[in-house]
Design a protein around this ligand. Structure first.
Ligand code: SIN
Ligand code: FE2
Length: 215
C-alpha cells in the first residue's frame, strides 16, 4: 500500500521544471472533491473506456473527455473528435470549475488567456501507466497542457525534447498541477505504473485531467 499523504495540509508551492514548465504543488487541493464530483457526472454521460492504439494495443489507462472535442485513439490513429465514438453524441460540456482552474493554473505559469477546447480525463488503477510520449495532436503548438492530479499519488516522468533525454521522476499528489507550454510544449512525459493504495476520495484510483488548446 502506498502511504497516504495529504498535500492539502501543505501550503501551495511552485517548482520550476524548465523554461515554460512548472509544477504547482497543491494548486487544486481545495477543489479536489468538487472536481471529482464533476468527473462522476461526465462519466455517467460518457463512460470511461480503454482505447486501442493504432498499433492494436489496448491502453491500461481508461479515458473519457469533456469539452468541444475529445481525444480518441483507434486502429485508424489518434485524433480530436467532436463526437464520442462510443455513442455518436457530443462530449459533455466542460464544467465552469474546470475552465476556471485551468485558466488560473496557466496564468500562474505565465500563460494568460488560456481557453482550452478539450479536457482528457484519465483513470488509473494499480499497474496502469502511460509510456513516455509528446502531446502533438493539437494545432496550437504554444498554449500549455495543464495537468491536474486527483486521488492516489503517482510518479510522473519528465523527460526532454528528445525521447532519449534523461527522465526525472516527480511524485505527484492529489491537487498537484503541472503546466507545460511555449518552449516546453513538446517535452516527453509519461506516468509510471500506479502503485496499490487507497485514497479517501477515489479509493484505488488516480484520476488525471489534462486540458489542451487544440485549435
Ligand atoms: C497525459 O500525459 O496525457 C496524462 C498525464 C497524467 O496522467 O498525469
Ligand atoms: Fe501527455
Amino acid at each position: 500500500m502506498t502511504p497516504l499523504f495529504d498535500s492539502a495540509s501543505l501550503p501551495p508551492s511552485e517548482e520550476p521544471l524548465e523554461e515554460g514548465a512548472v509544477l504547482l504543488r497543491g494548486f487544486a487541493a481545495a477543489e479536489v472533491q468538487t472536481l471529482l464530483e464533476a468527473v462522476s457526472q461526465i462519466a455517467m454521460a460518457a463512460p470511461f473506456r480503454h482505447l486501442v492504439t493504432p498499433g492494436g494495443y489496448t491502453m491500461s489507462v481508461a479515458m473519457t473527455n469533456c469539452g468541444r472535442v475529445g481525444w480518441v485513439s483507434d486502429r485508424g490513429g489518434y485524433r480530436y473528435d467532436p463526437l464520442n465514438p462510443a455513442s455518436g453524441t457530443p462530449w459533455p460540456a466542460m464544467p465552469a470549475a474546470f475552465l476556471g482552474l485551468a485558466a488560473r493554473a496557466a496564468a500562474q505559469a505565465g500563460f494568460t488567456g488560456y481557453d482550452p477546447d478539450a479536457c482528457l480525463i484519465n483513470r488509473y488503477v494499480a499497474g496502469a501507466k502511460l509510456s513516455l510520449h509528446q502531446d502533438r495532436d493539437e494545432d496550437d503548438a504554444w498554449a500549455p497542457i495543464v495537468s491536474v492530479s486527483l486521488g492516489l499519488p503517482v510518479v510522473f516522468l519528465w523527460g526532454g525534447k528528445r525521447r532519449a533525454d534523461p527522465v526525472r521522476r516527480l511524485r505527484l499528489e492529489s491537487g498537484d498541477v503541472v503546466v507545460w507550454g511555449g518552449p516546453a510544449r513538446f517535452v516527453y512525459h509519461g506516468v509510471a505504473p500506479l502503485r496499490d493504495g487507497l485514497h479517501p476520495l477515489t479509493g484505488a484510483m488516480r484520476i488525471n485531467l489534462t486540458f489542451r488548446k487544440v485549435f
